[in-house]
Design a protein around this ligand. Structure first.
Ligand code: G6P
Length: 474
């Protein structure tokens, strides 16, 4: 790990290790953060610290994993089963995730959750500090590690630390409910730069700082513990060229053609999400049901193809949601389906990258119905792959992406009729309008891609450090 001067820390590494018949296999991680960010870096320039997604059987397997990851400059932080339960499933995904996604009734507190969250954040801190040589910067990612900026700062005042929050930050009214609100805010203020996907999220965070710490805040900064901390928005992009390139490959187009051939006379609506209540999957199904009720002339002529990637299946709200989705899908199919038409096709799995792109290419409409979403990169991937500009994007106003992709059909997913009507509108949209909307959105996605996002954030980190140094010198 010597001579690595740039450090990224996230809960998950961009890869996960799986054990198959005593063999260790490396697979890509699921989720927007890992896939998005991984595209932006050449593994030779950074060291990435994070959880490898497996509990080693014993020390010898641990050593094997360390050795396997070392050539890729990945430094694993191992978590025990108990830590996974209390830190990952517990405080991260039963407390922070629901509050940040405006679902306070889904919060489940347990005494052990918080103490483990603190301990695991320390564990990540120790791992980062074990890397030799002072780093150029340390960039901490996401809500699982909100205490880490402060822990690192306590060890070294000089460090250049950035933090990016990939999920929404709730309004201060809601955030104030958290018993650990002060610790979390102070944790983040160990950074020099705190970033969010949207301006609204950055303002929610500054309002929470004002309320919790009683400090004056500007629109993009505050002073705390004698340091200026900058709080700004940086909407994350995708690796545009990679998606465009993959959609031009003959084998990927063959996948798309084959998929399309199963639905010769039908419009294909797709959705791609992790199984999560924040994605509005039930709201989407209800709207589709309303569409079928309201527009019977479209029976047998439309299918909703939902790809749902398994996620956090040990957390009770996720288990419950899975059952509810199953019930709703079978309700719709039994009301409207017949021997030659199944209105909703639902797959609970992840697809290889090329097949996912084939799905994007083959479909007519992509539906994003998040009830809250930091950004939603699927919306950007879909448009990038529509190189013929022949796809309509229906996009929730509660996804960060809706602030950029203003030429999508923007909907409120809680409004069933409006969402059902947006399907009707999308299906009948003239090709010229589809082309114009897609091209307008595409320009944004192409320009504000993930490389641009990383550059902007890192340049701003360097600037904020320089401002602080000037202040100390004065
Ligand atoms: C979101 C979060 C990420 C997380 C990902 C997958 O994108 O912002 O931090 O890694 O979901 O969730 P998981 O719980 O599987 O890591």
């Amino acid at each position: 790990m010597k001579n690595k001067k740039k450090i990224i820390i996230s809960n998950r590494l961009p890869i996960q290790i799986e054990r198959k018949k005593d063999k260790l296999i490396i697979k890509p991680s699921a989720g927007g953060l890992a896939t998005g960010l991984n595209s932006a870096f050449d593994s030779t320039e950074i060291c990435w610290v994070g959880w490898p997604g497996i509990v080693p059987k014993d020390n010898s397997e641990k050593e094997k994993i360390i050795a396997l990851l070392k050539p890729m400059n990945l430094l694993p932080v191992f978590l025990s089963k108990e830590e996974i339960h209390n830190f990952y499933e517990g405080y991260s995904n039963e407390v922070l995730w629901p509050i940040c996604h405006y679902q306070p009734s889904y919060i489940h507190f347990d005494q052990e959750y918080w103490s483990t969250y603190v301990a695991v954040n320390k564990k990540f801190c120790d791992a980062a500090l074990s890397i030799q040589d002072a780093p150029d910067f340390i960039w901490v990612q996401d809500y699982q590690l909100m205490l880490l900026p402060q822990l690192l700062r306590q060890e070294n005042q000089e460090l250049n630390i950035g933090y990016f929050h990939h999920i929404p930050f709730p309004s201060e009214e809601l955030f104030m409910n958290l018993p650990q609100r002060k610790e979390l805010i102070e944790g983040l203020l160990g950074a020099d730069l705190v970033g969010f996907h949207t301006f609204a999220d950055s303002q929610n965070f500054l309002n929470a700082c004002k309320k919790v710490l009683h400090v004056p805040c500007g629109h993009n900064q505050l002073k705390y513990s004698d340091r200026h901390i900058f709080v700004e928005s940086f909407p994350m992009g995708i690796d545009y060229d990679k998606f465009v390139h993959t959609s031009s490959l003959p084998e990927v187009n063959a996948i798309a053609t084959q998929f399309r051939s199963h639905f010769p006379d039908q419009k294909i609506i797709i959705s791609v999400d992790r199984l999560d209540y924040s994605k509005g999957i039930l709201e989407r199904l209800r709207a589709f049901l309303t569409f079928l009720e309201k527009y019977p002339e479209w029976h047998s002529k439309v299918v909703l193809y939902m790809l749902i990637v398994p996620s956090r299946d040990k957390v009770s709200q996720y288990k419950k949601l899975k059952d509810e989705i199953n019930r709703k899908v079978s309700e719709i199919n039994s009301i409207y389906g017949n021997l030659s038409w199944t209105p909703v096709l639902y797959f609970y799995k992840s697809l290889p990258f090329e097949e996912l792109i084939g799905l994007y290419i083959a479909s007519d409409i992509c539906m994003i119905t998040s009830t809250r979403d930091g950004m939603n990169l699927v919306s950007k991937e879909y448009i990038a792959c529509k190189t013929n500009s022949d796809g309509v994007l229906i996009l929730s106003e509660f996804a960060g992406a809706s602030k950029e992709l203003v030429d999508a059909l923007i909907i409120n997913p809680y409004n069933r009729t409006e969402t059902a009507d947006s399907i009707y509108h999308a299906i009948r949209m003239p090709p010229e309008e589809i082309r114009e909307r897609t091209e307008a959105n595409r320009q944004i996605i192409q320009k504000f891609n993930v490389h641009h996002w990383v550059r902007l954030f890192l340049d701003r980190m360097a600037e904020t450090k320089a401002i602080q140094r000037d202040e100390w010198a004065r």
